[in-house]
Write a protein of this length. Structure first.
Length: 210
């Protein structure tokens, strides 16, 4: 009941309000992107969603139009050469993630949940199969994101996703309390840029950038 009704209702309400209240910021960011590197404002990338179904995740474009299309940042030989000046700020501040409120509103994501895995992160998908977190709607933020973000290894990330999935299975107050912890715990690391690793290599040397 919590995941199907309450959590989804909260997602719809907060994502709709965010899109309306921050429409001015969306406009300013869009103009900055166009001035810095004329071209599409948004970037869409194939990700794994609930029950391992693919969907297109949206971000503000932070890389030059000359960057290889649909290639994860960590697979580029020198990703920094493709990141625009505005893009560097957007990525550091996580403002590039704002368009995902639209993905939340349309039901592809949730405010809180495991971050949607990249199409090439087979090891993470396999680990999530083992702990049941692939059955959840992916989130804008999550338990792993407030406990290390890009610095985490695959093993640590999937373990934290498993803790979150277990709380969701219990439902009720346990699930709601976990979501509250994730939601309010997001502000400090985002404001400080904590845990952001450009190129996304975690402590085990495996790319984690999502």
């Amino acid at each position: 009941m919590y995941q199907r009704v309450v959590k989804r209702a909260i997602d719809i309400l907060l994502s709709a309000l965010t899109l309306i209240l921050l429409s001015w910021l969306f406009l300013l960011i869009s103009l900055a992107i166009l001035i810095d590197d004329p071209g599409p404002v948004l970037f869409a990338q194939k990700r794994f969603g609930k029950n391992k179904t693919f969907f297109r995740l949206h971000k503000f474009r932070s890389m030059k139009r000359s960057a290889p299309h649909d290639v994860p940042t960590h697979l580029l030989q020198d990703p920094t050469q493709y990141i625009t000046r505005v893009g560097k700020f957007l990525r550091k501040s996580s403002l590039d993630e704002l368009p995902q409120f639209w993905d939340i509103l349309r039901g592809k994501m949730s405010l809180v949940g495991p971050r949607p895995a990249l199409w090439n992160q087979e090891d993470l998908i396999e680990a999530r199969d083992a702990n049941g977190s692939n059955s959840l709607r992916p989130g804008l933020t999550g338990w792993a994101q407030i406990n290390g973000r890009d610095e985490l290894s695959i093993a640590d990330k999937s373990a934290l996703d498993g803790v979150y999935a277990e709380a969701m299975r219990k439902g009720g107050w346990t699930a709601f309390r976990m979501d509250l912890k994730c939601f309010f715990g997001t502000f400090r690391p985002v404001a400080s840029g904590q845990g952001v690793v450009e190129g996304g290599v975690g402590s085990d040397g495996v790319s984690q950038k999502q």
